[in-house]
Structure formats: C-alpha cells, structure tokens
Design a protein around this ligand. Sequence first.
Ligand SMILES: Cc1cc2nc3c(=O)[nH]c(=O)nc-3n(C[C@H](O)[C@H](O)[C@H](O)COP(=O)(O)OP(=O)(O)OC[C@H]3O[C@@H](n4cnc5c(N)ncnc54)[C@H](O)[C@@H]3O)c2cc1C
Length: 290
Amino acid sequence: MYPAPFEYHAPDTVKEALALLDKYQDDCKVLAGSQSLVALMKLRLAQPAHLIDLRKLPGMVGISESGGTLQIGALTTHRAVESSQLVRSRLPVLAEAAAQIGDAQVRNMGTIGGSLAHADPAADYPAVGVALDASVQIVSARGERSLKVDQLITGPLSTTLAPGEILTQVRVILPTGRTGSAYEKLPHSASHFAIVGVAAAVALDAKGNVQASRVAITGLASKVVRAGWVEQALQGKAPDAAALKSAAARAAERLELRADLIGSADYKANLAAVYTERALKRAVARALEK
Ligand SMILES: Cc1cc2nc3c(=O)[nH]c(=O)nc-3n(C[C@H](O)[C@H](O)[C@H](O)COP(=O)(O)OP(=O)(O)OC[C@H]3O[C@@H](n4cnc5c(N)ncnc54)[C@H](O)[C@@H]3O)c2cc1C
C-alpha cells in the first residue's frame, strides 16, 4: 500500500524545522531513519499531511564524550552506535544492543532518537536507556528540556514528547568504579524485535557486594518495565550465582503476562527469569573485571 499524499520538507536548520513544526502542529510528523514511520504511513496508520525530514539538520549525528557523559546525536544510526570505538570501550552494552537491532539495512538507516521517540514496546534501546538511567535532550520553539528515558516512554508508541518537540541527543553519564552492564535478547525470528530483552546495570561496593543495580525489560509489556523488585532482591548481596538466580527468578513478578502466538504466560515468565539472569551475570562479570 502507498502512503496517503503528503508534502515533504527538508529544513537545513533546527530553527527552520521548529518553525515548520509550529506551523503544521498535529498535521505533521518528523522523519529520521524512516524505518518505523514509513511502514506506519504505508499502512495508513499515520497520515501526516506534512513530513519534516530531520536528516539535514546540523549537529544531530555523532558520538562524543564530554565531562564524563556520553553524548549521542539523535540521528546517529544504530550501525554507527554498534561500530563506535568510543561506545564499545566505554559503554559496550549500548553497542551490543545496537548490533542486535533488525538487520543491516535497518541498522544503517534507523536512528537512536527515532527508536526512543517511536517507543515500540519490543524495541531494544528503551531497555538499555532505562538501565543506564539515560536522558534525552529535547528542543522546541519554547526552548530546551531534558528528560530521563523512563519519563519519556509512557506506553506502546506513546511518549511525553509534545507536538513541536524534536529529540536532539541521548546522554548517558558514564559509570565509574566497579560497574558493568549487559543486554540479553531473544529476538523474534522474523522481525528481530525482542520477544524479551533485558538490560542490567550493576555497581559493586568495595567488598564486592551489590551497591546498586538497574534492570529493565522490553518485549513483555506495553512498554519497557524497570524491574525494581529484582533490583531490591539484589541490594547489598554478594553477586554469586545463587543470588543472581534467585533475584532473576522474580523478574516476571509484577508483569501482566498474556498468552499469545509467541507462547503461554508461564513460558514468558520463564523467559524473563532466564534472560534477566544472563544479563545480570554478564553485568557482574564486567564489573568484576574493573
Ligand atoms: C524490519 C525491521 C526490523 C526492526 N527490528 C528492530 C529490532 O530488532 N529492535 C528495535 O529496537 N527496533 C527494530 N526496528 C525499528 C528500528 O530500530 C527503527 O529504526 C526505529 O524504531 C525508528 O527509528 P527511525 O530513525 O527509523 O525513525 P522514523 O521511522 O523516521 O520515526 C519513527 C517515529 O519517531 C519520530 N521521531 C523520529 N526521530 C525523532 C526525533 N529526533 N525527535 C522526535 N521524534 C522523532 C517520528 O516522527 C516517528 O513518529 C526494526 C524496523 C524494521 C523495519
């Protein structure tokens, strides 16, 4: 199916893009890597009269480190994140999640900002973003604001982005000390979206016990879920195999799992536990290497 007719705009500056957004309000959509939006338009689930392409805007692509923070331009592709030496050395969890998105074509076109703004309940970056306590920079005609990823995503394909707002950058404060994080995913064999994806970040204290952790699960609910109950089960514990297994066993505790073509609710609860345990084990192993 072809999309409904629309007018295409390719502004050269953020100011121009914001003016277009202000002019067309609910009648427009911004376009980044096109991997999700164009499919929705072809299915006529989205019918914007105006499409505002962000790809010519300056300063929206690239990965840098400044003042202990990793900064990733919103239009940076999954492939660029996956292959960035900076990301691989400073925050490997992000590169390993990027490498598992879709296929090479999707990774070469799709962008980190587009993925977070699209908020697919089975997307990978939202889980990693929540586990890393990442934030996003947002600009509009009203000014700039910053938001944590877990405040950004409110439901399936729903965010707190207001009309007229553009996501410009993703920021992650680089963890220091004995910290590690990892992402484990069971991909759907056709789409590669997560049937389940678990991102875990762990900080160990001087004695090697869990000082803090963040665990986020994608694919099993209407939006990414922070599994605070797993984190509580780990708090202060020595992160040995038994402790990790017992905390991970609680992964599905507060998820409302439903049977579908993928499997039964029990099967999904088991997936949540298994993938949480794997992510925690690798996160702890990375923390212990430091
Ligand atoms: C075959 C296939 C397989 C896929 N597999 C996976 C997978 O395994 N894991 C996964 O996580 N994802 C997967 N995806 C989705 C992919 O990661 C997309 O790239 C991503 O969801 C959207 O990014 P985009 O840059 O293409 O955004 P677009 O499609 O251009 O836009 C998506 C939405 O976000 C909005 N938007 C985009 N950028 C911004 C911005 N900077 N500010 C404000 N709003 C913005 C748009 O208006 C639109 O509503 C897959 C997609 C396809 C087609």
